[in-house]
Design a protein around this ligand. Structure first.
Ligand SMILES: [Zn+2]
Length: 307
């Protein structure tokens, strides 16, 4: 593989009198480099790899509890997205969208919700961050290690010194770093350039962290990374858990969620409240439900409680 703007510049190569053919891509440490420096081939390979695992997850979706599916996703699929993400982050928007779609389809399988459910609601319900935020956190984590001299810097450190080193007096932007200038437009989305921009956009209290662990704690609270609380996924019966999820996300097969014909067969608007408390067509099922709930819940439930 030759990386160059010119064509046919390399002389033919022979090994044991066998002509070595030129390739367009080269795989190195799990990352596929293309001679045009595009990440499209790598993203396609990544997508295919991830979708194979997601389809396997789909085959378990009716037999395993929802929280187990989430654990499988976090331990087997998310690390594939994360590996080398700070390097391939400068891929095209369509490539990023392809990966986002893969994560979303996995999230919907885990929840067992309808395909048309809002993507933000699905990720929020699972306490999952978007892949864009995951990559930004990874970039800032690595950049913080560079700033605190915990890892070697791939470029001379004087390329992105903080403004405080140039200016003798205290300014609001003293902790900002100087974004390195590159002659080629190809380097516009280069890791260090993006890392410097992300760093400069952080609030002052995060940039002034005294150590790397302290920086990460403040960064995580800045990105609203709450402790993983997925108790609502607990439940042995996957089907019941997915029905609960559809009702919770207000995106169920009930007519209220349809664009037209939102009424029940009894004539009222078919909302969750109507279905559980008022509809005359479900009296027998309601009696069974209330008897079961009565044995679990100790206080009185009124329909207004759910409004
Ligand atoms: Zn009704």
């Amino acid at each position: 593989m030759t990386i160059s703007n010119q064509r046919n510049i390399h002389p033919p190569l022979f090994f044991n009198n066998i002509h070595l053919s030129e390739t367009d891509t080269h795989k190195h440490l799990g990352l596929i480099f293309h001679h045009s420096l595009s990440w499209h081939t790598h993203i396609l390979h990544l997508h295919q790899k991830v979708m194979t695992k997601i389809n396997r997850l789909r085959s378990f979706s009716n037999s395993l509890p929802r929280h187990s599916l989430l654990t499988i996703y976090k331990t087997n699929i998310l690390p594939i997205f994360d590996y080398g993400s700070i390097i391939y982050d400068n891929c095209s928007d369509s490539d990023k969208h392809l990966l986002d779609k893969a994560q979303l389809s996995a999230a919907k399988i885990i929840l067992g919700c309808l395909k048309t459910t809002s993507s933000s609601d699905v990720l929020l319900d699972l306490n999952l961050k978007t892949l864009i935020h995951r990559r930004e956190i990874s970039i800032l984590r690595y950049f913080s290690k560079i700033i605190f001299r915990l890892v070697p810097c791939p470029l001379p450190l004087n390329l992105f010194r903080s403004f405080g080193e140039f200016v003798p007096y205290t300014l609001r932007h003293n902790l900002d770093v100087q974004i390195p200038l590159f002659k080629k437009s190809l380097a516009f989305n280069f890791f260090l350039r993006k890392a410097c921009s992300l760093w400069n956009s952080l609030p002052l209290e995060i940039k002034s962290s005294p150590s790397h662990p302290n920086f990460m704690n403040r960064l995580m609270s800045y990105y609203h990374v709450a402790k993983q609380n997925t108790h609502h996924l607990l439940g042995v019966n996957p089907r019941l858990t997915s029905v609960r999820c559809m009702l919770r996300l207000a995106h169920s097969p009930l007519n209220i969620n349809k664009k037209s014909y939102r009424t029940c067969v009894c004539g009222d608007i078919e909302t969750e409240i109507h279905l559980f408390f008022y509809c005359n067509f479900h009296v027998a099922a309601r009696a069974i439900l209330f008897n079961r709930v009565y044995n679990i819940v100790t206080y009185n439930i009124s329909p207004e409680f759910f409004v």
